[in-house]
Design a protein. Structure first.
Length: 207
């Protein structure tokens, strides 16, 4: 088994490495378009025996983390930076037609920034889910198309431009690494933390 070699120190201050398969960081700017951000997403928490995500940039540095999925049963998941600071909090919306997750700034409890809603099968709608802004005077909307369970999906903006792409990561030999490791490619200028929050919501809906 090969290893993950993140460029960060664990909770005890020592270097951390975990055996999961052949995982190396995606090269910086490794997307098809110039200036794209390419992140390597690992379906594993930095905390042992807990679910979550660990996300690395093209240099192998830790950029995002979700350390505990047990809170997901309570309808709340927190996206943090490498130091553990809360960036965004996702909360499941109760009494909603179809699964719906609200995205809040930091750990705030009021004024959600975005809503990620799973497509309701019996309604005439394309795609997997829709993402809409909820701020005053904001009207951004996005659609998620493809198959998240197969790690082949794209987020499009209102002009049908692909702004976020989820795809499987391959080893240097060209062999796919499996479902626990994938790439998140983000268009220049789009908020990487919001892109990762979308992934977290899709994970709850489709994985």
């Amino acid at each position: 088994m090969a290893r993950v070699y993140p460029n960060h120190s664990g909770a005890n201050g020592s270097s951390s490495s975990s055996s999961v398969g052949s995982v190396t960081p995606a090269p910086a700017g490794g997307g098809d378009g110039e200036g794209e951000t390419v992140l390597t997403v690992w379906r594993k928490s930095l905390l042992l025996n807990f679910g979550g995500f660990t996300v690395f940039d093209g240099k192998g540095d830790l950029v995002f983390r979700v350390d505990n999925y047990s809170s997901a049963s309570n309808g709340e998941i927190m996206l943090m930076d490498a130091s553990g600071k809360s960036l965004l909090t996702l909360r499941r919306k109760r009494l909603s037609l179809g699964e719906n997750w609200l995205i809040y700034h930091g750990d705030e409890a009021a004024g959600p920034r975005f809503s990620v809603k799973k497509r309701v099968p019996f309604l005439p709608s394309k795609g997997l889910a829709s993402v809409t802004s909820r701020g005053i005077g904001s009207c951004s909307s996005y659609s998620v198309v493809g198959s998240y369970s197969r790690l082949r999906c794209t987020v499009y903006d209102g002009l049908r431009r692909p702004i976020v792409v989820v795809r499987r990561k391959e080893a240097a030999s060209g062999v796919a690494l499996g479902g626990d490791v994938f790439l998140l490619t983000i268009l220049p200028g789009f908020d990487a933390s919001l892109a990762m929050a979308m992934v977290i919501a899709l994970e709850q809906m489709f994985h």
